[in-house]
Design a binder for this molecule. Structure first.
Ligand code: EPU
Length: 336
């Protein structure tokens, strides 16, 4: 276990904000994590579990202990003619796991290529992109209770997955540290290419192989989303609002260009990026806090913005969208 004091958070948050954590613990093994929570080690609370810092907005120093899972390893657990169960440690870089699955010919994660962050955050956020959400492949999640160090598995059902949501983000927030995630992947992959121009772009490269799908997703992401190593950001700052059919119909009449998508439950998701753009925010900045010029759903730190500057511009954007469209935006990024 690595324990450090007064740690600069700059390289631990993708907005690149300069705050300090009083303590930081990096746990390398599950045994270490158990000792952290069963009372063997004195843990200075409050605690914050971080999985890459790519979905957080710090608004000040953190006066407690930040816990970073360092659990490594990708394992094949079971294999049949149709499926393979694999598991990955919470500290594995998500995109390394996606790359590994594609190289092995296992289907299910390829549309989720190049999403920043660690495996441990994947079930918490139920990450999603290009028509696929992580919940469609997660079988179970291994965790350690942050109250007594006991080990508990959550089945897919028990995770309460929803759009960019799970019980780890709401009801059980802070109660469990994810140590390993188990995925069920297809050994005879079926491409999923219904989102936007994905199918056309893949056809341009050739057959819809896992490698080609991954390449296209990487190309699209690189063309639209800013690289946090170059300009601080946390991907989509807001969720796409989910509304019922009536509301969507009324909005569509007033704003025919508004992109809408049906979700699995039959509700309609509205493109928040489009609405923000229509309010004139795309590419705008207030000081060093800004809206990305190619994707209005992404807020950026042009250099010296504070967490509060970014929070403030997000509030203004939310107000504009509410005034023009009568729709409230919910933040996807977690404010600390
Ligand atoms: N749009 C605009 N202007 C903008 C941005 C988007 O008109 O500035 C329009 C696009 O033209 C398109 C629609 O809005 O018609 C949707 O845009 P896009 O395909 O870029 O996706 P998104 O809905 O803005 C969501 C996810 C992304 C994910 C993409 C692709 C959320 C909150 N965001 O964005 O996830 O990569 O779909 O599947 O659901 C993230 O969560 O951090 C993230 C980047």
């Amino acid at each position: 276990m690595i324990i450090r004091g007064n740690v600069s958070l700059k390289k631990y948050n993708s907005f690149g904000l300069e705050y300090v954590a009083k303590h930081m613990v990096i746990t390398r093994t599950e045994k270490e994590a158990v000792s952290l929570f069963n009372g063997s080690v004195h843990l200075k609370r409050p605690t914050l579990i971080m999985g890459g810092g790519s979905n957080l907005l710090f608004t000040g120093d953190f006066n407690g202990t930040i816990i970073i899972p360092g659990f490594r390893g990708i394992k094949t657990e079971e294999k049949s003619d149709e499926f393979v169960i694999i598991s990955a440690g919470a500290g594995v870089l998500w995109d390394k796991l996606v790359e590994w699955s594609v190289l092995n010919g296992y289907g299910g994660l390829e549309n989720l290529s190049l999403i920043p962050g660690l495996v441990g955050a994947v079930p918490v956020q139920n990450i999603g992109a290009y028509g696929v959400e992580a919940r469609t492949t997660i079988v179970k999640v291994k965790t350690i209770s942050t109250h007594d160090g006991s080990v508990r598995f959550f089945t897919n059902d028990e995770c309460g997955f929803d759009y960019r949501n799970s019980i780890f983000k709401n009801r059980e927030k802070g109660n469990y540290l994810v140590t390993r995630v188990y995925f069920r992947l297809k050994t005879n992959p079926v491409p999923y290419l219904t989102y936007g121009t994905l199918k056309d772009e893949v056809t341009k490269l050739g057959e819809p192989s896992l490698k080609n799908i991954r390449q296209v997703v990487i190309n699209i992401r690189r063309s639209k989303l800013p690289d946090p190593a170059v300009i601080g950001n946390a991907g989509s700052f807001f969720k796409n609002p989910v509304v019922d059919n009536n509301v969507a119909d009324k909005l569509k009449k007033r704003f025919p260009g508004l992109p809408c998508y049906k979700d699995r439950q039959g509700s309609i998701k509205l493109a928040a990026g489009w609405m923000i753009e229509q309010c004139g925010w795309k590419g705008k900045r207030i000081g060093d806090a800004g809206v990305h010029e190619k994707q209005a759903l992404v807020l950026v730190n042009h250099g010296k913005a504070s967490g509060k500057d970014i929070f403030d511009i997000s509030e203004k954007i939310g107000q504009s969208v509410l005034e023009k469209f009568g729709v409230s935006l919910e933040r996807e990024v977690e404010i600390v």
